[in-house]
Design a protein around this ligand. Structure first.
Ligand code: FAD
Length: 237
């Protein structure tokens, strides 16, 4: 099947299976998705799926798999390494609309979220219970947890507390052939291979994440600001 015929078949499948509002087909609207934060790499995708739940992600990926069409996952599009740059004859599967906080499990210090939830919104959801989510990329007001997982993102807190990989215990993913798979859970370590660890940092190449179980950290009882002066950066380090 030619690339054009494959795309046409995917488009037909998804127009039948998804709500029309979930598909972006208009050329000018598709241009919105041509790049991530690495703006000099730009490619307009052939089709964009704005998935609203794991089932829609699965249907989009399964359609691509069965017609041999490439797809790329995208969260909020703030990545600086070009991971969310689309393929011209392919489908962009966007998880930014999947923004539900599914569970705040204070007893087990876990939170289960959809991948489109903004990083800072995890902290906002658990702050009333005295907790926060430690990985803090400076884009945390807008970047999505799904993107954080794919990039193993982090910020200043991570110097002490570890990066995203140290704070994710469970994942639901849709594999590239369209199968839904649950990995890990709420326990710190699950028996068998560390497949959660393999997915974190894999830049979306091993599947599309549809839910993330993260560790919550206790908020400090007090915060003080200190100023210390050093002669040079080596000494400060
Ligand atoms: C101003 C600014 C400051 C930044 N500061 C930091 C920082 O301090 N630390 C840091 O680590 N990064 C930083 N970044 C980079 C970026 O914000 C992070 O990499 C962030 O994790 C990307 O999240 P996103 O939702 O925007 O992902 P996107 O850019 O949409 O995608 C990034 C990668 O994740 C994949 N992906 C997205 N969603 C999914 C999903 N549901 N399933 C599977 N794969 C998926 C994509 O395919 C792509 O490979 C910064 C960016 C900007 C613009």
């Amino acid at each position: 099947m030619s690339a054009a015929a494959g795309l046409e078949a995917v488009r037909a499948d998804l127009m039948r299976d998804l709500d029309p509002g979930a598909l972006v087909t208009d050329r000018s609207e598709l241009g919105t998705y041509e790049c991530d934060g690495l703006t000099h790499l730009a490619t307009v995708p052939a089709l964009v799926v704005l998935a609203r739940d794991a089932g829609e992600v699965r249907r989009a990926v399964a359609a691509c798999a069965s017609h041999g069409v490439p797809f790329v996952a995208r969260g909020a599009g703030t990545g600086l390494s070009g991971g969310a740059v689309p393929v011209a004859d392919g489908v962009l599967v966007v998880t930014a609309k999947m923004r539900r906080i599914l569970e705040v499990d204070v007893d087990n210090e876990r939170c289960v979220v959809e991948p489109g939830v903004a990083n800072l919104d995890v902290t906002r959801a658990c702050a009333p219970y005295g907790y926060y989510y430690a990985p803090d990329p400076s884009s945390q007001q807008v970047c999505s947890i799904g993107g954080n997982v794919a990039e193993n993102s982090g910020g200043a807190h991570c110097l002490k507390h570890g990066f995203t990989t140290n704070h994710v215990t469970g994942l639901d993913i849709v594999t590239p052939d369209g199968e839904m798979v649950g990995l890990g859970g709420k326990a710190l370590d699950s028996p068998g291979y560390d497949l959660v660890g393999a997915i974190v940092g894999s830049e979306g190449t091993l599947g599309v994440v549809t839910s993330v179980t993260v560790r919550l950290s206790r908020a400090p009882e007090a915060v003080y600001t200190l100023l210390a002066g050093f002669a040079d950066t080596d000494t400060a380090g």
